[in-house]
Design a protein around this ligand. Structure first.
Ligand SMILES: [Zn+2]
Ligand SMILES: [Zn+2]
Length: 102
C-alpha cells in the first residue's frame, strides 16, 4: 500500500501546511473547507470539491520538505495526477481526501 510511504505524522504535516495557506488552493485560489466549517449542508461531491489536499511536487510522499508540499483543492490535485502512470491511483487519492474529515 502506498500509504505506508507517508510518514507517521503526515496528518500533522499536511494540517500545518493547509493552515499556513489559510485553506486556499495554491493552483486555482479556491477557498476550501476548514475543519471548523459546517459541512452538514454540503453534498458529498461539494465536500470533495472543496477539500484541500497536500500534493507532493515531485510525486514522492517520502519527500516532505516544505518546498515539496503544495496545498491544492481535490480537483486541481486530480489534474496534477492525471496522465501519470505507476503512481498513486485515483481511488487512493479519494481515500486520502476522506481522511481529512475522519
Ligand atoms: Zn484548485
Ligand atoms: Zn498529489
Amino acid at each position: 500500500m502506498s500509504k505506508s510511504r507517508y510518514p507517521d505524522n503526515w496528518n500533522e504535516i499536511a494540517r500545518e501546511k493547509k493552515e499556513a495557506v489559510n485553506w486556499v488552493c495554491h493552483s486555482c485560489g479556491m477557498q476550501c473547507l476548514k475543519p471548523s466549517d459546517d459541512i452538514s449542508k454540503l453534498t458529498k461531491s461539494e465536500r470533495m470539491k472543496k477539500t484541500l489536499v497536500v500534493h507532493h511536487a515531485d510525486y514522492k510522499p517520502e519527500n516532505n520538505r516544505p518546498e515539496n508540499l503544495i496545498p491544492v483543492c481535490s480537483g486541481c490535485h486530480l489534474s496534477y495526477h492525471k496522465g501519470r502512470k505507476g503512481n498513486i491511483s485515483l481511488g487512493q487519492l479519494s481515500l486520502f481526501d476522506n481522511n481529512n474529515f475522519s
